[in-house]
Structure formats: structure tokens, C-alpha cells
Write a protein that binds this ligand. Structure first.
Ligand SMILES: NC(=O)c1ccc[n+]([C@@H]2O[C@H](COP(=O)([O-])OP(=O)(O)OC[C@H]3O[C@@H](n4cnc5c(N)ncnc54)[C@H](OP(=O)(O)O)[C@@H]3O)[C@@H](O)[C@H]2O)c1
Length: 278
């Protein structure tokens, strides 16, 4: 029997690529979307490729929407999905001094609390069946914090911690939990973040320009590379705790072994943040 996988935020970037990849590899995919238009577009795209997937409307920041979506999924799957991929995410970039509390809260609502909300709702079914998979879309930004992405990293670091706890608490339950840790991937999240990294009258204006140049100097890989890592986590008999994806994930892990002063020096020199007086 086909295994059912729910993917949140499947209308763009990594979620979309994962939905199409898993549908092409024999999974029963339930892709979540925020609007019926986007849901319809994804279904049509899958159909064009000769695959089927179902869609459910979901906004992970709205507890009611999460409950309704999971109730609908439970009905469609006779008791709940085999796996949940918590992929939906946003970024509100900028220096600490440039990001408002509202924008900071929005990041944590989607990237951390939304993940917790959906996980809490699918876990009882998985526990009852004695099996299931939870895949958390973390980031290299959950391993190392670079300037101008502080709230994103705060959310992803917290997601890493919460997931480590959850995995240990679920030991022996049959439910396996994995983190996916991609470096920069070519998606609208990144292009959107770069475009918004320019608040007027910021003291960081020049450093933002440098950050943009650094990020765009290399062509990042496409979201399909991350989709393959998700598939590996879903098909492995014993999935790994963490799947790094791309060169930046390796660099992030390496940077954690280097003295923090050296990491500070490298980052601040690259962005010319050293020695400013303003
Ligand atoms: N791109 C990267 O470089 C990168 C690297 C590491 C990790 N990641 C992580 O990968 C995940 C996907 O990112 P992406 O790059 O593929 O971004 P993306 O192309 O912007 O896609 C984000 C998806 O999340 C959905 N979403 C946003 N807010 C939501 C909400 N409140 N409720 C439900 N869905 C919501 C979006 O829906 P709409 O289409 O309706 O906006 C979209 O489908 C995120 O968790 C991100 O942190 C990305």
C-alpha cells in the first residue's frame, strides 16, 4: 500500500519540488497550500507529469486551520498520514536593529510554532499505529548564525533543539524524526529575502550590499536536491537524525568546530563590519 506523506508549504520552492518528487516515486502525497488557486496550480502541474497528488488548505499560523486540515487528512487517510514533512517557512531578513518585533514574531510563528502545531496534531495517530516519520525542514542557518538573518536562525536553532528533544521522547514509539539542513537553495524565499534586504536609512546599507553580493556570487542548487534528501529520509529503513544538503551545510558544521572568535573575524571581515564607529 502507498504511504501517505503530508507536505506543508508545497506551492513553491522546496515543498513543491518535494511534493512532485515523492508523487513520482510512489508516495501518496497530500500537499498543503494557502489558497485554492495555488493548490489547483500544483495539482495541474503534477497531472502534466502523469502523477496525482491531493491538496489541503492550510495556514500553519492559524490553529483552527491546522485542526481543520488534519481532520480532513485523517478522513482521507483513514486515521492520519504515515509521514509529515514540516516544510512551510518564511524569512524576514535584516540586522537585529532593523527587524521589527512583528516581523520577528511572524518568522517564529511559521518556522517554529507552526511546525509544533502540525506535529502535535499528527502524532497521536502515528503513536497509535506504532510507526510514522516526521521530517523537519531546518537549515544550515540552524547550525550557524550569519549576520542579517538572526530571527530566521533563532527559529531554526530552536527547531533543531525542539526536534532533538522530540526524537528522544519518541524513542521506542516507532515514530522516527529527521532534520533536513540545506544550505542556500534557489527558491523564491531567497530571491525575496535578497530583494527585501534594503530598509531605507539603515546603518547597515553598505553591509547589506556586500551580503547580497556574497550570496549571489555562487549559483545555488535547485530545490530538487533537497527533495531527494527528504526522499532518502522517508525511504531509509532507519533514517538519519540529520541530512545536510550542499556545501554550506558542510561549512556550517565545520564552523561549529572552529573557535567563535575566528568565525566572528571571518564573517565581520567579509561584510566589513569590523572597526565601524557609527
Ligand atoms: N531556500 C533556501 O535557501 C532554504 C535553505 C534552507 C532551508 N530552507 C527551508 O525550506 C523551507 C521551504 O523554503 P523555500 O525556500 O522552498 O521557500 P518558498 O519557495 O518561499 O516556499 C515556502 C512555502 O511555505 C509556504 N508558507 C509560507 N507561510 C505559510 C503559512 N503561514 N502556512 C502555510 N504555508 C506557508 C508558502 O506558501 P505560499 O506559496 O502561499 O506563500 C510556500 O509554499 C523553509 O522552511 C525554509 O526555511 C530554505
Amino acid at each position: 500500500m502507498k504511504k501517505t506523506v503530508v507536505i506543508t508549504g508545497a506551492t513553491s520552492g522546496i515543498g513543491r519540488a518535494t511534493a512532485l518528487d515523492l508523487a513520482a516515486h510512489g508516495f501518496h502525497v497530500i500537499a498543503t497550500a494557502r489558497t485554492t488557486e495555488k493548490a489547483g496550480k500544483l495539482t495541474a502541474e503534477a497531472a502534466e507529469r502523469g502523477h496525482t497528488l491531493r491538496t489541503v488548505l492550510l495556514d500553519v499560523t492559524d490553529p483552527r486551520s491546522c485542526q481543520d486540515a488534519v481532520a480532513e487528512i485523517d478522513e482521507q487517510t483513514d486515521g492520519g498520514p504515515w509521514a509529515l514533512v514540516n516544510n512551510a517557512g518564511i524569512v524576514n531578513p535584516g540586522a537585529f536593529e532593523d527587524v521589527s518585533e512583528t516581523d520577528a514574531r511572524a518568522v517564529l510563528e511559521v518556522n517554529l510554532l507552526g511546525v509544533a502545531r502540525m506535529t502535535r496534531l499528527v502524532l497521536p495517530g502515528m503513536r497509535q499505529r506504532g510507526e510514522g516519520r516526521i521530517i523537519q525542514m531546518s537549515s544550515a542557518g540552524g547550525l550557524i548564525a550569519v549576520p542579517f538573518n538572526g530571527w530566521y536562525s533563532a527559529g531554526k536553532f530552536a527547531l533543531e533543539a525542539l526536534t532533538d528533544t522530540l526524537r528522544r521522547e519518541l524513542a521506542g514509539s516507532g515514530v522516527r524524526v529527521s532534520l533536513i539542513e540545506p544550505g542556500t537553495v534557489d527558491t523564491p524565499l531567497v530571491s525575496g529575502a535578497l530583494a527585501r534586504l534594503a530598509p531605507p536609512d539603515s546603518r547597515y546599507e553598505a553591509a547589506y550590499d556586500r551580503a547580497r553580493r556574497i550570496v549571489t556570487a555562487r549559483k545555488p542548487p535547485g530545490p530538487e536536491t533537497v527533495a531527494r534528501a527528504v526522499r532518502r529520509a522517508l525511504t531509509a529503513r532507519v533514517p538519519r537524525r540529520r541530512y545536510g544538503v550542499g556545501y554550506e551545510a558542510v561549512m556550517a558544521r565545520a564552523a561549529r568546530l572552529i573557535p567563535p572568535a575566528a568565525v566572528d573575524f571571518a564573517m565581520c571581515t567579509a561584510l566589513r563590519l569590523n572597526g565601524r564607529r557609527r
